[in-house]
Design a protein around this ligand. Structure first.
Ligand code: GRF
Length: 196
């Protein structure tokens, strides 16, 4: 059974969908949910679902990212994860940490990569007049939002959309895409999945 650690910084709706999917004949189980925000809603939801949680606050480490990441690895060790899923984790990880988990870390990003790496993806898609938007699950590499694509989900941009209304539509697609890609990845299937 593959042990999956899930990293969150916020409400954790993707984390909930991942945890809900890892039941029955699924070849993986969540072993811990970790956040850099001790008051993250995602930690509360994980505990309600019976998943162990950890909070590793990044602030005391200031600009010393490697020290923060050493604390992440130390906190994770007792749970012995085989795989990390970043699900709304808002700390950029250094090459040192990422290379330590090479091929064993996934991320979901709310755009159709390689378009709109980084932040404010929905506002940028609307500003550009795009007719469709979406989300991407990719393997994490040292270059931000750049690793091999494992899946993408497309949604239409509707007349009158705001960044918030578009984000809500994309989030619904994220909740379908991430669990589907996680299962394929754990089963060894790395060819990209395209939704709908
Ligand atoms: C999602 O839109 C994800 O793509 C982005 O951060 C958001 C997290 O949402 N990286 P949630 O915490 O999973 O609800």
């Amino acid at each position: 059974m593959t042990r999956v650690a899930i990293f969150v910084s916020g409400g954790g709706s993707n984390m909930v969908k991942l945890v809900e999917s890892m039941t029955g004949d699924h070849p993986a189980r969540p072993c811990v949910v970790l956040s850099n925000q001790a008051d993250a809603g995602g930690l509360v939801r994980a505990r309600e679902m019976g998943v162990p949680t950890i909070a590793v606050d990044h602030k005391p480490f200031g600009k010393d990212r490697p020290a923060f990441e050493d604390a992440l690895n130390a906190a994770l060790a007792p749970y012995a994860p085989d795989l990390i899923c970043l699900a709304g984790f808002m700390r950029v990880l250094t090459a040192g940490f990422v290379n330590g988990w090479a091929g064993k870390m996934l991320n979901i990003h709310p755009s159709l990569l390689p378009k709109y790496t980084g932040l404010h993806t929905h506002a940028r898609a609307l500003e550009a007049g795009d007719t469709e938007a979406g989300c991407t699950v990719h393997e994490v590499t040292p270059v931000l939002d750049d690793g091999p694509i494992l899946g993408q989900g497309r949604v239409p941009v509707e007349p009158g959309d705001t960044p918030d209304t578009l984000a809500a539509r994309v989030l619904t697609m994220e909740h379908r895409l991430y669990p589907a890609v996680l299962r394929r990845f754990v089963e060894g299937e790395k060819s990209p999945l395209f939704l709908p």
